[in-house]
Write a new protein. Structure first.
Length: 479
């Protein structure tokens, strides 16, 4: 039988040769087991045959075992081993064999384990990425080719080497293709890492707009004890960014969430233990520039930024974020800001980064806006909010107290609102939003001309450049 070795009277035989088929011994396995008859199968060997019985063995199949007693002495105990070669089809019942060994001290060896299925060879979910030829101009072709280049030329577990590999792809591989990799590389990365290192310790770092995971790894390298929380609206970019981050070995320190920042801002704190345990000491905006002011408003509403938090925003000149710049530079001194001018990564055009520090006045202004929005909501729904604080409604959706454009024009200069619309138009033109999916329609020369025009118009409304960033060996520019 399959389960255990025979337990019954000892086999008392002799070492002399036995005739084939001669009955040697008959006994019962266990207390209620089947009756077994040992008969000689060959010289100095015996084979056990289980006689048919009326009881069923609870569905268990009888096993086959080989019986090989010692020739020198008559063994007294035996164990059952599975053997397909000794099954006697003509014998009644099921043939089994036992290896009888009188000289083996100690307990009987355990039966062989149940055979396990063979391991299926791991296969990739799709074709080898290096073997796929991605046609230039296809959707996400630039990002997938960047992923191919990183996995082929990067080093697993070395994020510092991998971010340099991403820069090499943007500056080398894409040169002459009229394609541009939207990352904060070269001079921008120096500003980004220096700003993050100056932030107050102990808080989370927020990134809105992850793209391929370049900036998040840069910040994780610059601040080794910080946890990076990233938001990315495009699910394809999320997959690529997570793959690149995992390849660099930083997936335990960098979280990438999928969705619009306006939707995630109200839920992100609950993912990290509540609003008082998740507060950001620094934030990096690298998404659509026309949404910078709305995302900042959401962070203020949820009180997710610590007092004195640092806020750095990229591409505030090209494609541009005029309303955001007006708020952090001229918005009743709620933020202290610096405008840094530098050359765009892998493009002969000027761009800006803004670095702002949140002041205590920003907290007071957020409280005033909360009171105004609560009163407007009470009048609209006729709901009494007496005794309810902003902390009580922290996880409720942010009310839409966005100022209409006709009223907004009275607070923000008309030229700033016009620049806001022009920035959106050229951004849509570059990404192919209104061109049936065809992008790359803005040349480098057009970007350069656009940047110069927006720069001059921002200076007129009181938003000038306060510093120029140039790395050693880089091109000299006039700030």
């Amino acid at each position: 039988p399959k389960a255990r070795a025979p337990v019954g009277p000892a086999f008392s035989g002799s070492s002399e040769e036995l005739a084939l088929g001669e009955v040697v011994k008959t006994f019962t396995l266990g207390r209620d087991g089947p009756r077994v008859t040992l008969y000689a199968a060959k010289k100095t060997a015996a084979t056990a045959v289980a006689e048919p019985e009326t009881k069923k063995l609870r569905g268990k199949k009888a096993a086959t075992a080989a019986v090989e007693p010692e020739e020198s002495a008559a063994p007294s105990r035996g164990t059952i081993r599975k053997s397909k070669s000794l099954i006697d089809a003509d014998a009644p019942g099921v043939a089994a064999a036992a290896l009888l060994d009188d000289h083996q001290p100690g307990p009987r060896p355990k039966p062989n384990p149940i055979p396990r299925p063979l391991k299926v060879e791991r296969r990739p979910l799709g074709p080898d990425l290096n073997a796929v030829n991605i046609k230039m101009g296809a959707p996400y072709s630039k990002e997938i080719r960047a992923l191919q280049y990183i996995l082929k030329n990067g080093r697993k577990g070395d994020p510092a080497y991998n971010v340099n590999t991403i820069e090499n792809f943007g500056q080398g591989v894409l040169t002459g293709t009229r394609q541009w990799l939207k990352i904060a590389g070269h001079e921008k990365s120096v500003c980004l890492t220096a700003t993050m290192q100056a932030a107050r310790p102990g808080g989370f770092i927020l990134e809105v707009g992850t793209y391929v995971g370049y900036s998040s790894q840069k910040m994780a390298i610059a601040v080794p004890d910080a946890h990076i929380v990233c938001m990315e609206v495009d699910p394809v970019h999320v997959v690529i960014a997570k793959t690149v981050i995992d390849f660099g070995g930083l997936l335990d320190r960098i979280d990438v969430w999928t969705g619009h920042s306006k939707d995630l801002a109200g839920r992100i704190a609950g993912r990290y233990g509540g609003p008082y345990r998740c507060r950001f000491s620094a934030a990096f905006f690298d998404q659509k520039g026309s949404r910078y002011d709305e995302d900042l408003q959401a962070l203020e509403w949820m009180e997710l930024m610590t007092p004195g938090a640092l806020l750095i925003a990229d591409n505030v000149l090209k494609p541009g974020a005029p309303v955001f710049l007006w708020k952090v530079c001229q918005g009743e001194h709620e933020y202290k800001s610096q405008i840094l001018s530098m050359q765009e990564f892998a493009m002969p055009a000027e761009d800006w980064m803004s670095v702002s520090i949140k002041t205590h006045k920003a907290e007071l202004a957020a409280d005033e806006r909360w009171e105004e929005s609560r009163e407007a909501e009470r009048q609209r729904k006729e709901v009494d909010y007496v005794g309810i604080t902003r902390q009580d409604l922290r996880f409720t959706p942010m009310p839409k107290y966005k100022i209409p454009e006709d009223v907004r024009a009275g607070e923000i200069p008309v030229d700033v609102m016009n620049m806001h619309r022009e920035c959106d138009r050229i951004r849509d033109k570059a990404t192919g939003t209104n061109l049936k999916g065809r992008g790359h329609s803005v040349s480098f020369d057009e970007w350069k001309t656009f940047s110069e025009d927006i720069k001059n118009r921002l200076a007129v409304v009181g938003i000038p450049v306060t510093a120029t960033v140039e790395l050693p060996g880089g091109p000299r520019r006039r700030g």
